[in-house]
Design a protein around this ligand. Sequence first.
Ligand SMILES: Cc1noc(C)c1CN(C)Cc1cc2n(n1)CCN(c1cc(N)ncn1)C2
Length: 421
Amino acid sequence: MVSFTDLFLTSLLAAAGLGSALPPRIGTADQRAGRLTLKQVRNPRSHRAFNPARATYRTFLKYGVPAPDYIKKAVAHIDDEQEKALAKMKRDKGSAAAIPINEVDIAYVTPVTIGTPPQTLMLDLDTGSSDLWVFSSLTPSTQVRGQEIYTPTKSSTSKLLSGHTWSIRYGDGSGSRGSVYTDNFTIGGLEVRSQAVQTALEVSSSFTQEQSLDGLVGLGFSTLNTVRPSSQLTFFDNARPNLDEEVFTADLKYHATGSYDFGFIDSKKYTGNITYTAVQQSPGYWTHSLSGYSVGSGAFQASQISGISDTGTTLLYLPTAIVTAYYRQVQGAQNSQYYGGYVFPCSSTLPTFTFGIEGARFTIPASYINYTRISPTSTTCYGGLQSSSGLGINIFGDVALKAAFVVFSGTNPPRIGFATK
Ligand SMILES: Cc1noc(C)c1CN(C)Cc1cc2n(n1)CCN(c1cc(N)ncn1)C2
């Protein structure tokens, strides 16, 4: 009796112009062994799309018939087309606003949605930390003052990450701690399912006082995440495998709304070329070097200055020698213990400050460094450039980053790019 398989193979071989020279069948079912049912299961490890030409090629091999050249070529043609189709499917990308939360750009917040139906919160995208935490229904009401909160029980897709907690402390002594849920999380149309969302059970007073900030999205490396017993991935690390390009970009602006993009580099947002430099991802910050600096129209001082590009830090913190060289050019400037940094008469004329990335140069306008009056009626102003000596690390915060278009590249190895705009 000719089985279906025989017919199928005959037709395949006929299609290949090889007639019906069927070699002897390998093995036959032993009818006397009683009934045997084998349940078919999909091979869990086959993640590659089915290539029909490869199936034909294997049939030739199985029956010991040399496969014709065009079959071999067909296998490659189909693999190529499937590869291209897959590449096209990695189309994920997102774009969202970076809105200054007060008149001096102390921080920038971005609208995000969490859960089903979506709950919208305004979060600070922070490349200097790696916890995604929010004001929530679990935050004591005495610590909530005008912030939007995330209520996991109102989301049909939220799941408690049982037994997990977190606690974070920032450079300025502020901090928060709490429990963890997973839920759908979207920034600018880019969705991550099952993102770890850290719900605050306690926040420090400086967060309570900041009613425009509902939490943070850490965009540092996931090694810094504080969730225990198992640390969680950042939004970017979760989104990366589906992004068109493994990047996100920051286009922060002086006293204006900028943007964060995920998965693509928008050539309309910068001028000239992007200059990249190496990133050391340990211990988890976007750590890289400046190639030097200049004050005003002064000569460029070449020197490797290692620090972190940190969108969650307001000001620019550099070594004391550089900062004193800068304020030496400012009439009436002094390093005030009383005010905790360099201050100067608001009427003073400030020079620009230029930093280098490899061979490229980025100039911070004087207005960015004339950061703010000590108080609304004061004639004393506080500098946007301060000494890093007390921090143990140089921090390229928003005062510097808003002078450029910045590409945070999650490639292997990671790198960071700067372009003028
Ligand atoms: C200060 C400050 N910075 O932004 C805001 C908002 C404030 C003021 N505010 C009253 C409260 C506050 C304190 C912090 N934030 N918000 C944001 C995260 N912070 C960071 C992040 C980071 N990468 N590095 C250092 N601190 C400290």
